[in-house]
Design a protein around this ligand. Structure first.
Ligand SMILES: Nc1nc2c(ncn2[C@@H]2O[C@H](COP(=O)(O)OP(=O)(O)O)[C@@H](O)[C@H]2O)c(=O)[nH]1
Ligand SMILES: [Mg+2]
Length: 458
């Protein structure tokens, strides 16, 4: 074995020893409260999604309302964020800024500069995991959290295990873990949490930690190596994943380009053309003066950003949505009730008209009967037992005429009975039944909404 091979073996051995120590270290189980929180979030998600489906079924939302994408964007993503905030106390009530862009674009260098940190920066992929820089006193330790939410406090030295630079071989091992947390006493961090991501790489696997961080970020610092300018991947990622987030662009390697103004203009023009709204640009380079001004500019911008953006509150977001749905359903129920009342009034009128015409027919019948009775009386009084005489025949003739015209009026009254009104009546009663069942459905949905509201109002 030659000296080079021996050295390599020794390095590997040191790595495995360090790794063994880490794997044997004290692991803090994911707390029961966190597991309960997650179950709570899942139950809430289920309840709210069901409520929205029920509102959707009432057929009162706009035609272009897409249930699937609405739920994905407004409920799934928000509840995931809620879970993340419950899981990760350092994201709670803080604005979260993500450092993103290609690997090797100066993200970690910038973080070190702004916060006087000392994270490893190398000219190849290095940080395998997302690193959270948070406010706290334990500045000489790191916390590493695995994908199951278990955490472990390690020394800064052991943190180096997660660097690519320790050998690409280490990389799959780092993948068991989810992220690292480093505390800092910098005052800016009492309102902000930074997530330094490994950045985008040519393979999806390496970009995963960056993708995962997106949903936790309120705003993004996007890094562009000015010597490479904006790439298709940059634009794709920004458009697909960051469309609704404020973006600040850091142009790194600024002293490595021939014409700084020209290169910067190219980037600005591309973003403008692609409708990416960049809030501000910062220049970063190797030059000390440039670095000092970068630090100054970014720090003052961060203080503005803290004031400018409200800390994302998933509860408030969902509560506002629930209130909106309640408003829509209440409006729907009100309109239905009004329509129902109108129909009720109309059917009463139809019934009155019909009854009226039927009453008229009834009284025509009665008058006909009384005419016939008159005739019978006349016959009994004047004609029975008497020879047929002129006076009686005159009385009978007038009775006959009376009966004929009474029959005529009866016929006319019958014609006036509005049977169409009966049909109309039946139709309207049917419509009322339909409205009533929708009103009842809306009441049920409103009861569900009320129940969800009470969860938020407690
Ligand atoms: N010349 C020059 N080198 C830089 C600049 N920013 C970062 N670097 C170097 O580029 C490499 C990658 O930087 P790093 O901050 O680790 O990039 P990250 O992968 O985006 O975190 C390191 O060697 C840095 O020293 C810059 O503005 N100018
Ligand atoms: Mg980095």
């Amino acid at each position: 074995m030659n000296e080079r091979e021996l050295l390599k073996l020794q390095k590997q051995l040191a790595f495995y020893e360090q790794l063994t120590a880490l794997l044997n270290g004290v692991v803090k189980e994911k707390g029961e409260d966190i597991q309960n929180n997650e179950q709570y979030c899942d139950a809430l998600k289920w309840k709210i999604t069901r409520m929205i489906e029920e509102v959707y079924k009432l057929d009162i939302l706009n035609d272009d309302f897409d249930l699937g994408s609405f739920v994905a964007q407004n409920i799934d993503a928000t509840i995931e964020r809620m879970k993340v905030q419950m899981d990760k106390p350092w994201l709670r009530d803080k604005l979260t800024l993500g450092l993103m862009g290609h690997f090797n674009s100066g993200k970690t260098t910038a973080l070190n500069l702004i916060f006087d940190e000392n994270f490893a920066t190398r000219n190849r992929e290095n940080t395998a995991l997302a690193t959270y820089l948070v406010y706290g006193n334990n500045t000489d330790k790191l916390t590493v959290v695995d994908k199951g939410g278990k955490s472990q406090v390690i020394s800064l030295k052991d943190g180096e295990l997660f660097d690519y630079a320790k050998g690409i071989r280490n990389f799959p091992f780092a993948r068991i873990f989810d992220y690292l947390v480093k505390e800092s006493q910098n005052k800016v961090l009492s309102n902000l949490t930074f997530i330094d991501t490994p950045g985008l790489s040519s393979t999806n696997e390496h970009s995963e930690p960056t993708m995962k961080a997106v949903s936790s970020c309120d705003a993004i610092f996007w890094f562009i190596n000015l010597t490479e300018s904006v790439t298709k991947e940059d634009l794709n990622f920004i458009k697909k994943n960051l469309a609704d987030k404020p973006i600040y662009v850091v142009l790194s390697f600024a002293d490595d380009v021939e014409s700084l103004d020209g290169s910067k203009k190219v980037v600005c023009d591309i973003f403008r053309k692609e409708n990416v709204d960049v809030k501000a640009y910062f220049l970063l380079g190797r030059d000390k003066e440039m670095q000092a001004s970068f630090k100054k500019l970014v720090t003052s911008k961060l203080n503005e950003v803290i004031k400018e953006y409200e800390v994302y509150n998933p509860y408030a977001h969902i509560y506002a949505l629930v209130l909106k749905f309640e408003e829509v359903v209440l409006g729907f129920q009100k309109a239905l009730t009004e329509a129902h009342n109108e129909l009720d009034h109309a059917t009463d009128q139809i019934a009155d008209t019909y009854k009226n015409s039927q009453n008229q027919y009834g009284s025509a019948c009665n008058s006909c009967v009384s005419r016939l009775n008159n005739m019978a009386d006349t016959f009994n009084n004047r004609c029975s037992g008497a020879t047929f005489c002129g006076g009686a025949s005159g009385a009978m003739a007038s009775d006959f005429n009376g009966v004929v015209s009474a029959l005529q009026r009866m016929g006319e009254a019958y014609d006036r009975i509005d049977f169409q009104k009966l049909v109309e009546y039946g139709q309207k009663i049917g419509q009322m039944g339909e409205l009533q069942s929708k009103i009842n459905r809306a009441s049920e949905v409103l009861a569900e909404i009320k129940e969800i509201k009470s969860i938020f109002e407690d």
